[in-house]
Design a protein around this ligand. Structure first.
Ligand code: ATP
Ligand code: MG
Length: 439
């Protein structure tokens, strides 16, 4: 993409309405614009990141055997009346009436709808287990939408649902998602810590929130400091090795970790100097709720003995749009965003220090074409602007690499390659710079 053609409305000044760094940087870098309270337009640069985050989430769900479908945003209230949640959900639910006076709603989550889809299709234990997911916009009329996309009213969520015959099977599904979450966040350069979460009347130990640490997080976190060093499971994990999955889950739940809602002072104090207290952002939540929905909604299957039982279910959410802000909270400096390569909107920012100079222009054109042809997406600053302004802009939008082409270097046949995260700069020949970038 050529910057001269790109729709990238960056801001020079810090927007007054943004209280936290990710919100500030997303507005300044031209990633999003607020449309109304807690509702955002994703501009081209922001959307590119959102899609990359979404794709990592999708790939890891697929690897775990979870199958993607797509449910609608607008749901009929009837299903929620069946499950009993229509009244309970309160003001966070956006209720809508259609032209025939039917009660509809903009889905804040999809347990009811997926249960309905499932029960129309599956009748026998032979079709179990099943895991289904979608990545769809949700609406929750939050009392205090704030911090940009971190607590929006309209937000993108990945929600998966598992269906099992019995509680042993449900635990396997739960463990698959638990391990998948560790891998998913790791791929985005995040260290997410699983924390025991409230299971309410369902009881048991199968509910965890995954939090990343950040000073601006809304939750207070108490955990053993070992969590920072635990090794995330290998990429080629075998999801059929149920004992192996359980071992990993055990390892990640062995030590104390809780948010303020669940914190037990005595347990925290028992850790002594190993206790770490910090702020955290909830990026995911997994929850096994047994037959909470399958019973009232009559999602039953026939067992091998011919009995009918309500299926065991779990749901597993990831805040896809919140993660974009979360990644920035975890990775930025005074000059702007520092994207991990896995989610970066472009891999390389190509800076022409003297647009209009014949040699600079032709070398840049050549590098730009070679980078794109090799699959290293490049954003080419081909505008006529001061060098200082171009550097500041590239630092702000945070691409992992900056490739700087100027007349002085070209005299010696070199360009400068800067790593955004370390700040390290190297003078390299064109070919060496290319091979470093596309290797
Ligand atoms: P929170 O406690 O932050 O309000 P929640 O517990 O209500 O979140 P869940 O129902 O567990 O949220 O939703 C799954 C995931 O969706 C959360 O872990 C979070 O990452 C994301 N999420 C929830 N609410 C919002 C929101 N208002 N804006 C952006 N992401 C959200
Ligand atoms: Mg939650």
């Amino acid at each position: 993409m050529r910057l001269s053609e790109y729709f990238l409305p960056t801001l020079k000044e810090n927007p007054a309405e943004a209280q936290i760094v990710s919100h500030r940087l997303m507005l300044r870098a031209g990633m999003v614009r607020q449309s109304s309270a807690g509702i955002y337009t994703w501009l081209p640069l922001g959307l590119k990141v959102l899609r990359k985050v979404e794709e990592i989430v999708r790939e890891e769900q697929d690897k775990a055997g979870c199958q993607e479908l797509l449910m609608p945003t607008i749901q009929s209230a009837d299903l929620w009346k069946e499950s009993g949640r229509y009244e309970d959900y309160g003001k966070e639910m956006l209720r809508i009436t259609d032209r025939h006076d039917r009660d509809m709603l903009y889905g804040p989550t999809n347990e009811e709808l997926i249960t309905e889809v499932f029960k129309g299709a599956v009748r026998s234990y032979k079709d179990l287990p099943k895991m289904l997911y979608h990545i769809q916009w949700k609406f929750r009329d939050e009392v205090r939408p704030r911090f940009g996309v971190m607590r929006g009213r309209e937000f993108l969520m990945k929600d998966s649902y598992s269906f099992d015959l019995d509680s042993a099977g449900a635990r396997v599904s739960y463990n698959k998602m638990f391990v998948t979450y560790l891998k998913t966040f790791q791929r985005m350069g995040l260290k997410a810590i699983p924390m025991a979460a409230d299971t309410g009347p369902i009881g048991g130990d199968m509910s965890h929130e995954f939090l990343i640490l950040a000073d601006t997080g809304e939750s207070q976190v108490f955990c053993h400091k070992n969590y920072l060093d635990l090794e995330i499971p290998e990429e080629d994990i075998d999801f059929n090795d149920h004992d192996g999955l359980q071992e990993t889950v055990n390892k990640f739940t062995a030590e104390y970790a809780a948010t303020d809602e669940m914190h037990d002072e005595a347990k925290g104090a028992a850790l002594g100097s190993d206790l770490m207290t910090a702020r955290g952002i909830e990026v995911g939540h997994i929850f096994n709720f047994g037959t909470k929905y399958s019973e009232p909604m009559k999602a039953v299957v026939t067992t091998g003995e011919g009995k009918e039982v309500a299926v065991e279910m779990g749901s597993y959410g990831i805040g896809v749009s919140r993660l974009v802000g979360g990644i920035i909270e975890a990775s930025h400096d005074d000059n702007g965003i520092i994207w991990p390569e896995s989610v970066a909107p472009f891999k390389v920012g190509l800076i022409n220090l003297k647009t209009g100079d014949e040699l600079c222009d032709s070398v840049c054109e050549d590098l730009y074409n070679r980078l794109n042809a090799a699959g290293a997406e490049a954003l080419y600053d081909d505008r006529k602007d001061r060098a200082g302004a171009k550097f500041a802009n590239m630092d702000l939008i945070g691409l992992p690499w900056q490739l700087v082409v100027g007349p002085r270097g070209l005299k010696d046949g070199v360009v400068e390659l800067k790593n955004r995260a370390s700040g390290e700069k190297q003078e390299l020949s064109l070919d060496d710079a290319m091979s470093k970038l596309v290797g």
